[in-house]
Every structure is written in C-alpha cells, then in structure tokens.
Design a protein around this ligand. Structure first.
Ligand SMILES: Cc1cc2nc3c(=O)[nH]c(=O)nc-3n(C[C@H](O)[C@H](O)[C@H](O)COP(=O)(O)OP(=O)(O)OC[C@H]3O[C@@H](n4cnc5c(N)ncnc54)[C@H](O)[C@@H]3O)c2cc1C
Length: 511
C-alpha cells in the first residue's frame, strides 16, 4: 500500500503495482488541473435537498473536487478514510447508519454477540475528518452522464468522482419465494430473524405434543456449504449443545439435528480438498450431518425437498450465495453473469474514469487470469484503498496504476474452537486455525470497544459455554400456523385424562 509521509502525501505505491495506460480513456479527471476544473464547472445551485453540491463544498474560497462514496461497508469506509484530510470533499451515503462487520454476523444470529458488538456508526468512524460528510440515505439511481446520484427520497447530489461500494444481497438463484421459508444472512435484520427462528424452534420443541413434531422442530437445515453455511451449522450445533441440557426440561442436545446441504460434491469449494475434508470431520464431531451432491428442489412448511425425498424440518436457513447490489444495473455498463460490474484494471468503468466500482459489486479479473476476484472483505478493503489513492494521484497529475490484489488467504470457522485456514502455502485446521481466525477477525473488527467486548465474549463463551445474547427480537410466535398447530395439539392432549396424558405426553408434563 502507499505509505504516507508526515505531510500525508503518498510517497510510494503498492508493491508490484504497474502503470495502467490511460490511453483510450480520454474523458474524465485524469490530472489535477482537470479535476479542479470539474469542481469549478460544477453546478452551484444546491441539490434540491438543501445541501450544497460538489462545487460549493470546502471552505468556500478554494473549490475542491467532490467525491461521493456509496456504501460505508468494507470498501467504501476504507476509501473514505484514505480521503480523509485530503484536498477533496467526500460525502458517504449509506442506507443504514452503521458499518457492519459481516464476518461475525453469524455470531449475532446464533446469540453469541449483540448487534452493537459487530457494528459501529459510520459517523463516529469518520467524525475526525472535517472534509467528510455522512448522509443516511439509499441511493436508487446513478446518472453517469450527468454525474449525479438520486436517493429514494428524491434528493440528488452531484460528483466529480464516484466510488460505488454498495456490496451484495442474498441470492436465491431465481427462487425468491424461498426467502420467507429460508432467511439468508446478510444484515442485522437477517441475523435477528435467524436468531428468532432458532430460539423459537427450541421453545416450540419444549412444548411439542409428539416425538415426531419435536423431531421436526429440532431439525435445522442449512442450505449452502460455503463459509457462511459452515459457520451457521457449526454455531447451531454449539448453541444447542450449550443450552438444551442446562436450560430446557424436556430437551437434550442429542435430539437436535443439524443438516448442512451442498449441491457441489464438497463443501468450502474455494479451499483445497483436504481442508474441505477436515471441515466435514470437524462438523461431524459437533454432530452436524453434511450432505453433498444434493439439489434442493422445493421448500415448504414441512421441510426441504430433494426431488421426491422430504427432509422434515421446521427451520431452514439459506447460506447459498449472494448477488451484487441492484445498483450495478444503474451504471449502464456491461455486467458479468453474476450481475457484477466488469471493471477496468484501475477499478473504473468503461468510458468513465471518474466512476469506480469496488468490492462485492465489482468483477475484477486480475491480469493473466480468467476468474474474477472473490467477494471477500480483503478485496473490498484493498480496492477501497487503491481507488482513493488513484483519485489523489489524478489530482496531483500523476498516472494511474493497475490494481493488484494481495491474497493473504481464506478461513472458515466451525463452531467455537474449530476452523480451517488456507494461508498462502500454509494449511491449518482445528484449534490452531481457529486461533488464527480469531486474531485476524479481532484485528480487522472496526472500533476499539468492539474488539474488547468481542474478545471478552469469546473468552466467556469458551470457558462458560454461555450464549449471552439470547434475546428474541420480533414476534414471539414461531410461525403463525406452526405455533397454532403446537398449541392445538397441546390443548387436545391436555383435555384428556391424566393417565392418557402421561402416556402420550411423557415429556410435556410439568416438573
Ligand atoms: C454472513 C457473511 C459472512 C462473511 N464472512 C466473511 C469472512 O469471514 N471473511 C471475508 O473476507 N469476507 C466475508 N464476507 C464477505 C464480506 O463481508 C464482503 O466481501 C464485504 O463486506 C464486501 O465489502 P463491500 O464494501 O463491497 O460491501 P459491504 O461491506 O457489504 O458494504 C456495502 C454497504 O453499502 C450499503 N448500501 C447497499 N446498498 C446501498 C444503497 N443503494 N444506497 C446506500 N447504501 C447502500 C450497505 O448498507 C453497506 O453498508 C462475509 C459476508 C457475509 C454476508
């Protein structure tokens, strides 16, 4: 990465970075002079929402280029921080007021951590930079010809440079109706919904009228054997092991069935096969069943269908993939099959060197390779840093460089103290991999308070096997018809004579 001198100037560029020829891209701010001119030529009548436009921002005397960043996630936040205290005015738009550390989201879903442990207000992260403004608002359209963005509330804003870093959303691969039955894990709402369903399944199972019903309520199916699916499955197994025995009177950990389903012939495809095998073993040691090479054909109230085969399950979770933000289409440039914006070597889009797309929204194919970079946070962070440096280089009249990704490896955690890690030439599994995972995640977690809280939480959970965040947020009904059925079965059973009740409901009698 470029190092900063005491004056805050970039003194060197990424190791191995190479000049990116700008010939063929004639328009846009490629030099300080041109960039300055964009600011001077910008509109000065405000944006219709009462906010000043790019040309008017700054100290009023010296006009500075206006950089809009869409998204305060991994890529956007890093870009904004790099542009902090630089000769630009930056506006960060996000539809939520917080930066979310998604790698630990599954721990919120499975009640190990609270929402504020994995998120931090974007305003507070950027508050020390006087040249940065943060706006809570969802961007719904981008007019690249007019260099303008539009928010859902109709307000508009104009830019000299645009960094689009709006991330991704859960992808149901054409089965959008499955969303109701199988929530995905992408934001805090999803995490709370998963937590609600899992904890309510335990509650409903405690009151189940028949063993069959209890079995169905205690069966959790996770669809998708990528890192998210593996993490969810391991964490459900951990949670049930920790609380069922101790806190429920009619349930035992062995009654829980967690099934991880993957269409490919192995889980964790980006990892080398021996680590996939190790992950399967580690999951099995937690009691998780792993089914590979199976295709889900339908989901309904009964459970998961594989053709004619039904796997009865009350709780189904979706960890099968993500699709880029729909904002990608607004740019009007070619997208790849997954819907990501195909970007140039400097992360800009064809014909618009002033527009950059980074992170999960971008399809960046490294030179000499055929596959785009994966949707992981280091890619977004490094691209965020790179495009900010590129803008600063433009402003100094220096040439642009190609983005070069430094791949430090991939990791996936499995329950409380297991993981697999592929770090360049080093492959780790088990506790050592988990320790590496834990240190890396604490390091990258934004906010000092969050690091301390999460660290203490992990120690507490490790020693005491406690899940401190078991608060159900949202309606306390499992699913409307589900709870009705449980209640009706219970009432029918209770209306019978005590002897029959004892026989039919051995586990639901009062202690
Ligand atoms: C459950 C889960 C676990 C993961 N685990 C890992 C892991 O262990 N390691 C790893 O490297 N990667 C992991 N990832 C992937 C990683 O989180 C992403 O690759 C990374 O977040 C991408 O960064 P980004 O900046 O492109 O998008 P994000 O970080 O997703 O940020 C996008 C931001 O844009 C905002 N936004 C979206 N649309 C709009 C709009 N229209 N207007 C305004 N704002 C908008 C969002 O609110 C969000 O703040 C995980 C992802 C998930 C979902």
């Amino acid at each position: 990465m470029g190092r900063r001198s005491s004056a805050g100037k970039v003194t060197s560029l990424p190791k191995g970075a190479r000049l990116y020829p700008m010939s063929g891209i004639a328009t846009g701010p490629t030099s300080a002079g041109e960039a300055q001119r964009f600011g001077n030529d910008g509109p000065s009548a405000g944006d219709g929402a009462g906010r000043p436009t790019g040309a008017e921002r700054g100290d009023g005397a010296a006009r500075v280029p206006h950089v809009i960043v869409i998204g305060g996630g991994f890529g956007g936040l890093r870009a904004a921080k790099r542009l902090g205290s630089q000769p630009v005015h930056v506006t960060v738009y996000d539809r939520v007021n917080y930066h979310l550390f998604q790698p630990l989201l599954y721990q919120v879903a499975l009640a190990s951590l609270g929402a504020s442990d994995v998120s931090v207000p974007i305003r507070s992260v950027l508050s020390k930079y006087e040249n940065i403004e943060v706006v809570l608002g969802e961007v719904v359209d981008i007019d690249v010809a007019a260099r303008r963005i539009r928010l859902r509330d109709g307000a508009e804003d104009e830019y000299d440079y645009l960094i689009v870093a709006a991330g991704a959303k859960t992808n149901y691969f054409g089965h959008d109706a499955w969303k109701e039955t199988a929530p995905g894990l992408k934001d805090l709402d999803d995490a709370y919904e998963i937590r609600r369903r899992v904890l309510l399944a335990f509650e409903a199972a405690e009151r189940a009228a028949t063993p069959e019903e209890r079995e169905r309520l205690l069966t959790f199916v996770v669809i998708g054997g990528g890192a998210t699916g593996v993490e969810l499955a391991g964490a459900i197994a951990d949670l049930s092991g920790d609380i069922l025995d101790r806190e429920f009177r009619h349930l035992k950990p062995g009654m829980t069935r967690v099934v991880l389903v993957e269409m490919a012939d192995r889980i964790l495809l980006p990892f080398e096969p021996k680590l996939s095998e190790s992950a399967v073993e580690q999951l099995r040691s937690l009691g998780v069943e792993v089914r590979t090479g199976v295709r889900v054909t339908a989901l309904d109230d009964q459970g998961v269908w594989f053709g004619d085969e039904l796997l009865p399950a009350a709780t189904v979770l979706w960890g099968a993939g993500v699709a880029p933000s729909p904002l990608a289409r607004a740019l009007g440039v070619p997208l790849d099959r997954a819907g990501r914006v195909i970007v140039l070597p400097d992360c800009s889009i064809p014909g618009h060197p002033e527009v950059f797309v980074i992170g999960d929204m971008a399809a960046f194919v490294p030179e000499g390779e055929t596959k785009p970079l994966p949707g992981v946070s280091p890619v977004a962070i490094q691209q965020g840093q790179f495009v900010a440096e590129t803008i600063l280089r433009d402003l100094r009249g220096e040439p642009r460089y190609r983005f070069e990704y430094v791949d430090k490896g991939i990791m996936a955690t499995i329950g409380r103290a297991r993981a697999v890690a592929q770090l360049r030439k080093l492959s780790l599994s088990g506790f050592l991999a988990w320790l590496t995972w834990a240190i890396v995640h604490l390091w990258y977690l934004v906010g000092f308070r969050n690091r301390i809280i999460v660290f203490l939480n992990w120690i507490w959970a490790y020693i005491m096997s406690k899940h401190g965040a078991r608060v159900i947020v949202g309606p306390s009904t499992f699913r409307p018809n589900e709870l009705r059925a449980v209640t009706e079965a219970r009432r029918a059973a209770e209306s019978r004579p005590p002897a029959a009740l004892r026989e039919e409901l051995p586990r639901s009698a009062s202690p």
